[in-house]
Ligand binder design. Structure first.
Ligand code: NAD
Length: 329
């Protein structure tokens, strides 16, 4: 494939996708405003002339449109992706996640890109009735992040239906791997735990730690993106998860360290668990990295979280105040 555009390519998942695309010989354009992503995530490509890194806000249609000329594939990953802060900043999340998506869709449509892959979120299922959870489960958005990601997904599918843009939406569950977010906000469990481990602080386990998550290693996710882009699927939504579910206590056991418990957040499921037969059958994709190996890779790369904030129960209480205020009713 010739020219590929990745929004959010300086972020966690995006930067791994860019690594793969460059390895495969593509010309890659990255649009990222570095709001949570970091140029350092692509630092190792700085002398690679096949990569063009543009600092830009994707919601500014008139500024981004020109970068879509002659682009074959668009991978749209840019979004504000930390869940907890979305409760305080719904407008900001809407601007990046919804307005940003329409802007990227339009730029893709007018430039007739051949493939548009959207990074959707399993948070659309909220607290589902069924485990493993299929794509057909009811949409139950519990907080602004989930809502914005789902509204954007509806736009993506609509652009496929109305304008014939060849779109696919991938509802990712819990993705982990090197370079997962270190932004100042309270967020994904790996970043929180690894910074705590580096500083010999206890892990702040939410609830009793028996809750489980469908953790998928980032290299498996990247493989899925490429396989989906290479397929002729159009207007499809796929779950993207390992099809397994692991408890937070199991994660702590693998990382090794002391525990402090913090209150469980309302609105969060006790389990995330992807039903993955659709993508298995239609694309032939399946995650292959065992959880234990993935966690070991995280430990091998732990220095990355040196500058990440070290969360304590007091700081978490402060960061989640509005969450409990609005969702704890
Ligand atoms: P990330 O924060 O590392 O990456 C998001 C990137 O988007 C960052 O580089 C950020 O700077 C950029 N960005 C945000 N707003 C922007 C804007 N207005 N203009 C330009 N760039 C902007 O997060 P990630 O974990 O790599 O997530 C990538 C995508 O996958 C997101 O869309 C997220 O919602 C989705 N997703 C992630 C997970 C997960 O477990 N990590 C699960 C489901 C869905």
């Amino acid at each position: 494939m010739g020219k590929v555009l990745v929004t959010g390519g300086a972020g966690f998942i995006g930067s791994h996708l860019v690594d793969r695309l460059l390895k495969d010989g593509c010309d890659v354009v990255v649009l990222d405003d570095f709001s949570t992503g970091r140029p350092q995530n692509l630092e190792h490509h700085k002398n690679n002339r096949k990569l063009k890194l543009v600092q830009i806000d994707i919601s500014e249609y008139s500024k981004i449109e020109k970068f879509f000329k002659n682009v074959d594939w668009v991978f749209h990953l840019a979004a504000l992706a930390d869940i907890v802060p979305s409760i305080k900043k719904p407008f900001k999340y809407h601007k990046s996640n919804v307005n940003g998506t329409i802007s990227v869709l339009e730029a893709s449509r007018v430039n007739e890109v051949k493939r548009f892959v959207y990074a959707a979120s399993s948070s659309c299922y909220g607290i589902p009735d069924q485990y493993p959870t299929p794509e057909t489960a009811e949409i139950r958005t519990e907080y602004p992040y989930a809502l914005t990601k789902n509204i954007a997904e509806q736009y993506v599918i609509h652009w496929g239906k109305i304008y014939g843009l060849p779109v696919v939406s991938l509802r990712m569950f819990n993705v982990y791997g090197p370079r997962s977010r270190t932004s100042g906000t309270y967020g994904a469990v790996f970043g929180v735990f690894l910074a705590q481990k580096l500083h010999n602080k206890p892990f702040t386990v939410v609830g009793n730690g028996n809750q489980t998550r469908d953790f998928t290693f980032v290299s498996d996710i990247v493989d899925a993106y490429i396989q989906v882009a290479e397929s002729d699927m159009c207007n499809e939504i796929f779950n993207l998860g390992s099809g397994q579910t692991y408890s937070i206590n199991r994660l702590v056991e693998l990382l090794g360290g002391d525990i402090l418990y913090v209150p469980k957040r309302p609105g969060e499921p006790d389990c995330t668990f992807a039903e993955i037969s659709k993508i298995q059958k239609m694309i032939g994709w399946k995650a292959v990295i065992p959880f234990e190996n993935g966690v070991q890779t995280m430990l091998d790369n732990i220095d990355y979280w040196q500058e990440a904030p070290v969360w304590t129960p007091e700081k978490i209480k402060e960061a989640t105040r509005e969450w409990f205020q609005y969702l704890g009713k």
